[in-house]
Design a protein around this ligand. Sequence first.
Ligand code: NAD
Length: 476
Amino acid sequence: MNRTKEPSFRESVDMMYSRAVAVMDLPPGLEEKIKVCNATYTVRFGVRLRGQIQTFTGYRSVHSEHMEPVKGGIRYAMGVNQDEVEALAALMTYKCALVEAPFGGSKGGLCIDPRQYDEHELELITRRFAYELAKRDLIHPSQNVPAPDMGTGEREMAWIADQYRRMNTTDINAAACVTGKPINAGGIQGRTEATGRGVQYALREFFRHEEDKAKAGLTGTLEGKRVIVQGLGNVGYHAAKFLASEDGAIVTGIIERDGALVNPDGLDVDAVHAWIAKNGGVTGFPDAKHVSEGATVLEEECDILIPAALEGVINLTNADRVKAPLIIEAANGPITSGADDVLREKGVVIIPDMYANAGGVTVSYFEWVKNLSHIRFGRMGRRQEEARHELIVSELQRLSQNLGDAWTMTPDFKAKYLKGADELELVRSGLDDTMRKAYQDMREVWHSRDDVDDLRMASYIVAITKVAASYRAKGL
Ligand code: NAD
């Protein structure tokens, strides 16, 4: 193995793909067809800002249209480039297949540091970018449906949806042209937290399997497990918050752009998040040691490492020194292909990006379905469900009275049982089911095949099998 040269992000994804297809039996030529990126559109456009025209460069890449629409986020970051967008689009193809979201893979990006612009300027830039993409059907409810990614959120998605609607005034399904919108603009409950929530559900499912925990040398539950997270943005913040507040994990390290915070007794995730929002970084946060070379904290002792910022952070320069026995890739591509080899040799268990951060696209799928059906989940059935539960509870109470009040229900049970599921509960249920099912599909391959010794390879095999079946159904 050549450990001196690091491949690009796209090459890294392709190498992981090739490792999996080498043990699969795909028809001749299909291996190459699935791997290649179908098309990447590059746009350069000008926006008049601060008295002069500024030129921006953006991309929308379509990796595979074996199912349509294609789906994938739009990233705002200075490092955006064609290679990165194509790697992320390929991951979207495999991710959607793995979690059975009926989409092909796509991704977009704009070379911009959003922190350098005020809200009005960002709106002008976003609307212009959306215009350029929408007029080529690269934003379209049945062709290409973007979502948030690094540097974008529901605000940008609302601008994109509005821009599309202005250009397609008679399209009754206009709201389905983009997901991750705010609730008042056609969004769905639970989308903002969805990717972080999915990371939590993925870890819960992993911890349900003794055999899998044993491979990482871990025992017990998430309670008391030491967690280090890199990137306290949308994904990292929600994952860390839920793991700490709902599962009893201890967040001992948080790595951000301006260094890392370390506290073996646990960091208050909400307090750190609020500090970053107010001060622009983690520097100065009390009750923790500040490490100015933040990335070195990736190498600290912990039980679970959650890279949730950007790609390539665990690479050939530091993989040898990573001590975590379990890494869950909340970000896309945080481990390079070379580092993946090093970590596997060390026996580290990696829950791969394609699965780990699929919560976002899963709930985006629910939002898209909601937009196309023009009705909120739970609206038709909730009260009917409550009425039926009420019937059972009153009948049980009547029977109990007949027996001289032999048994009574705990008030908590009654209140919980009588409450019908609202949209948020249905979204969480659907997400939990998706994360459990996809994990079980992966581990089935992981444990049943002698030629598969890690979850990443298993995830590719499950995903590629499904994409190949779609191609075959199309007669290819
Ligand atoms: P975000 O912009 O909300 O957050 C990124 C965070 O990482 C920010 O807090 C930023 O300050 C921090 N960061 C940036 N560079 C860093 C560095 N060098 N070191 C440490 N911290 C750094 O982005 P996000 O939406 O949370 O996305 C994070 C990752 O998750 C990306 O890889 C993205 O592709 C992936 N992802 C996001 C979603 C989603 O729904 N938002 C879905 C799937 C995957």
